[in-house]
Every structure is written in C-alpha cells, then in structure tokens.
Design a protein around this ligand. Sequence first.
Ligand code: FES
Length: 234
Amino acid sequence: MMFDDLTRERTREIISRYPQSRSALLPLLHLVQSVEGHVSQDGIRYCAAALDLTTAEVSAVATFYTMYKRTPCGEHLVSVCTNTLCAALGGDEIYGRLSAKLGVGHEETAGEPGSTGSITLEHAECLAACDMAPVVQVNYEFYDNQTVSSAETLVDALARGEKPHPTRGAPLTDLRTASLELAGVFPGLETSVAGPSVSDETLRGARLASDRGWRAPSMPDAPPAFPPLPEKKP
Ligand code: FES
C-alpha cells in the first residue's frame, strides 16, 4: 500500500500540531510527496480523507503552490532562478544550457523518475538569494554564484549519483527526503540542520552598519492613523 502505517502515524502526528485539522494541509501534501515523489490523485484523496476536506479543496491548494509536483519527479529537483537579477547575471543562460544538456524543459525529468541520478529541471522565481546571483537550488539547497560551467559540473555529478555539498545549508539528500523535512518530520535532525545558513555576502551590509554605528530608526509606539477615505461621490 502506498500510504503505509508509518505514513499514517506521521499524518496523525502532523494533524495533532494544529487546532484545526485543515491547517495541516500544506505539511500533509509535502508528506504525500515524500512517499510518492509527487502528489498524485491518490495523494489528493488521502489528504482529503485525513482532513475531512473535499478533493476539490485539496486540489485547489496542490495546484496553486509550485512546490507540489503533479507528475513523477527525479531523485533531484534542480531549480534555476530565472528572475530578473539572476537572469541578467547568467540565470537564463544556465537554464538554457542545462535544458539542452538534459534534453528536458520546465518540470520535465531526465532519466527514470525516482531512479538514482534522475533530474527534474525547473525555472524558479526569485529564491531570495539575489546577493549570490545567479543561484541554483537542488532539492531547495543553495548553490550560489553559479556559472554555466559550474552548473553543468553540478548536474553531471548528480547524474553520476554524487551529492555535491551545497554552498550553505544542510548536506544534499534527495527530493523525497527534502519533502519529508518540509512536512516537519526530521528522522535525522542533526544532519538536517547541519551547515552554515548565511553567507558573507548576506552579512556584509550588517557588518558595515555595525562598523559605522548605524542603527535602524526606532519603530513608532503606535502605527500612524490611516488617513480618512475621500467622500464617495453621489
Ligand atoms: S533574482 Fe534570483 S535569487 Fe533573487
């Protein structure tokens, strides 16, 4: 059975964290993805039954967020930021080269889905790491300051079954394990959180402000009153 006793136990544990069971939908979809490698119709039905929702309600959420994949994925999800800053600094070129090299387009998979070394490629919107642009993520772990050549080296290593260490953050695992962690389940907590989470680029502004004694202006005790709305014309 796809959703075994362990998954059902984890489902109960996740639901118990919330005052209202329906609030557990996002982590439950990640849990389903950790089991299936994507969110299938069976996964939609499983979440709906567990949370007393309709399948239409669960589908509406699963299709809204891009982190839930509706088709089987590779062992690794490679996300190339092609938002404005990364695109201008080489992200578009990186995406184009990886797409040609792997022979796949957006949300398509090179290799048998789930097999070792298989890779799903996607365009990504801003990954909130513009100071390290252009960036690539693998299973949501960061590979900063990429070039076409370093990105090609990265996917070559993934395809060989290797797991190059991200620039920062925890050691690389695979998409299913990352999905399990996003569900809030950490079988190996120590390794899941190992590694630096900030880079020098990110801290540089804070250090500069500290060296110069700059401080952020204090917040007002009360927020300014909202200006009155103009009179509605008859
Ligand atoms: S534009 Fe790529 S991380 Fe912000």
